[in-house]
Design a protein around this ligand. Structure first.
Ligand SMILES: Cc1ncc(C[n+]2csc(CCOP(=O)(O)OP(=O)(O)O)c2C)c(N)n1
Length: 548
């Protein structure tokens, strides 16, 4: 008994999915009627914002999150952000309203004429339930699928007249079964496969670990550190474009830096290793085309991933499909401990490994006016709280920020693995809502800030205390750099004169100001971090890439 809507809200409540994101239209209002008091609806003024916030929230919480869009045009606006969510492996249950069932065939206004096909290939599953009574089951199924590895967005289209349909006794009983099931899916590899990998690792002379984002999302951070320390593994971060999260503390003495993002340089960077263990990333998130050997002669590779497609599409090496955290923990138990002495215990075989070199501390670049972006992120590093979180969308300063901040805690870094701009601002709001006790700083290029600029309004309206740091260089610096790499000259549209983020943010209700130098930047960052509302600081930086 009760309505479809009541059954759905009961299921969401039971699963802790009481915060939802969206932008409503007439086709979504029947879902939102008599909105329960224990639920929170976070409004985004554009669908890219709603999806991006849900992405950050779902990832930071590690749980499926519902985002509700307005039939076909709302879904269309959200597609770039759904693309990012897929690359980020964010467990999103994307729903959209649909016309009244009786008006779909004649294609009344706002009918999503092919709702199931529309979000492909960006979702794991796309569905429109055949009957109103199937809506709760469809959403339960969507929730399970979104949360199972590889996590990612799913889509359900819901005709607007379904929500008020009364369930009969038998139907209600069926719905109860359908919506209260628990489905879990973290699996270990076969014991023999694990043993063989442990032996291979122990026998290697110069093995290395490449750490990817799924170490963090699977809860494998401590296991990765334990394994690396026991086996004295030099650790590299997966190439930055695919590193939506960190997989290893970047201030750890074993951490060697970020792998370059192209075929030849990666093969070259790993050439001194006889075995490369890759955990929680694709092999590899390459971007520019710099051809060459995938791996040097004498280097072999094994990847651990929970994503069968990542395992299948890798161009080289072996792969094991299993939960990353469980596998790393089991491997750390199986291999020996090289400990302080480097001698190894009985499980480790007879190898003795030199500890890898320790990376030098980040250097200060020469002070200039306007300041180098590296100086700006170095100033951020000086005031950055130990439990702080960075959400990054400042393409030309990505490497400088990673180098200067050297973040060392799980869940501290968020970046769009999809590369679609418009992730940073909404995701920062979602992460801050999921982690209210941790300060969130969103570092943005002024160009990137424009792709989901309406996020400022949500930050102000809901008083989400994100600190937005805009590095203003009056250009699309990264594209100019790519232009050089691709030997392109004379391309238009790469300069951004007079783009004033302080005025834009102020218009949406965010407290915003521009600073003149590094000293003032430090002071204003401290103030912003202490504020209980959103704050924006814009700083003029010199053009070009910042690598150090
Ligand atoms: C949705 C989307 N559109 C376009 C791009 C291409 N793109 C990549 S970086 C970039 C420029 C970003 O400019 P800005 O934020 O000012 O950073 P900078 O390069 O100056 O550091 C653009 C337009 C993209 N990645 N995503």
């Amino acid at each position: 008994m009760g309505t479809v809507r009541e059954a759905v809200f009961e299921m969401l409540r039971e699963r802790g999915m009481t915060t939802m994101f969206g932008n409503p239209g007439s086709t979504e209002l029947p879902m939102l009627t008599e909105f329960p008091e224990d639920f929170r609806y976070v409004l985004g003024l554009q669908e890219a914002v709603a999806v991006g916030m849900a992405d950050g929230y779902a990832q930071a919480l590690g749980r499926p999150t519902l985002v509700n869009l307005h039939t076909a045009p709302g879904l269309g606006n959200g597609m770039g952000a759904i693309f990012n969510a897929q690359a980020n492996k964010a467990p999103l249950v994307v729903t959209a309203g649909q016309q009244h069932r009786s008006l779909m065939t004649l294609q009344a206004n706002l009918t999503n004429r092919d709702a199931i096909r529309m979000p492909h290939p960006l979702v794991k599953w796309s569905y429109e339930p055949p009957r109103a009574q199937d809506v709760p089951h469809a959403l339960a199924r969507a929730t399970h699928l979104a949360g199972l590895a590889p996590r990612g967005p799913v889509f359900v289209s819901i005709p607007m007249d379904d929500w008020s349909v009364e369930l009969g006794d038998e139907e209600a009983e069926a719905v109860r079964h359908q919506t209260t099931r628990r489905v879990s899916g973290a699996a270990l590899p076969d014991a023999a496969v694990l043993r063989e990998l442990a032996q291979r690792l122990a026998a290697a002379r110069r093995p290395a670990l490449v750490a990817g984002p799924d170490i963090d999302s699977s809860g494998g951070w401590d296991a990765a550190v334990r394994l690396a320390e026991r086996q004295r593994l030099p650790v590299y971060a997966t190439p930055a474009p695919g590193g939506g999260r960190l997989g290893f503390p970047e201030n750890h003495p074993l951490f060697q830096g970020i792998l370059p993002p192209a075929v030849w340089p990666v093969g070259d960077a790993l050439a001194s290793h006889d075995l490369v263990l890759v955990a929680g990333t694709s092999v590899f998130p390459y971007y520019p085309n710099i051809p060459g050997a995938l791996l040097a002669d004498g280097t072999s590779l094994v990847a651990i991933t929970s994503d069968p497609d990542e395992a299948a599409r890798a161009p080289m090496g072996d792969a094991i499909v299993a939960d990353v955290a469980l596998t790393l923990a089991a491997l750390a138990e199986l291999v020996g401990d090289m400990g302080e002495s480097g001698a190894g215990d009985s499980k480790a075989g007879d190898s003795e490994r030199e500890p890898p070199p320790v990376r030098p501390a980040p250097e200060e670049v020469e002070i200039s006016d306007p300041m180098n972006p590296s100086t700006a992120v170095r100033t951020l590093a000086q005031v950055f709280p130990p439990d702080g979180i960075v959400v990054l969308e400042s393409p030309s300063a990505t490497l400088a920020l990673r180098n200067q901040l050297r973040l060392s805690r799980p869940g501290s870094y968020w970046f769009s693995a999809g590369g679609g701009l418009g992730f940073g601002m909404p995701a920062a709001i979602g992460v801050q809502l999921a982690c209210p006790e941790r300060p969130v700083v969103c570092v943005l290029g002024e160009g990137s800030a424009q792709y989901a600029v309406q996020a400022f309004w949500t930050a102000a309206a809901y008083r989400v205390p994100v600190t937005f740091l805009v590095l203003r260089n009056d250009e699309y610096a990264i594209l100019k750099w790519f232009g050089m790499l691709e030997e392109i000259s004379g391309a238009p549209g790469l300069d951004l004169p007079a783009l004033d983020c302080v005025a834009v943010a102020g218009g949406y209700g965010v407290n915003a100001r521009r600073v003149a130098d590094a000293e003032e930047l430090g002071v204003e960052l401290r103030n912003a971090l202490a504020s209980d509302g959103p704050e924006l600081i814009e700083v003029q930086v010199s053009p070009g890439m910042a690598l150090a």
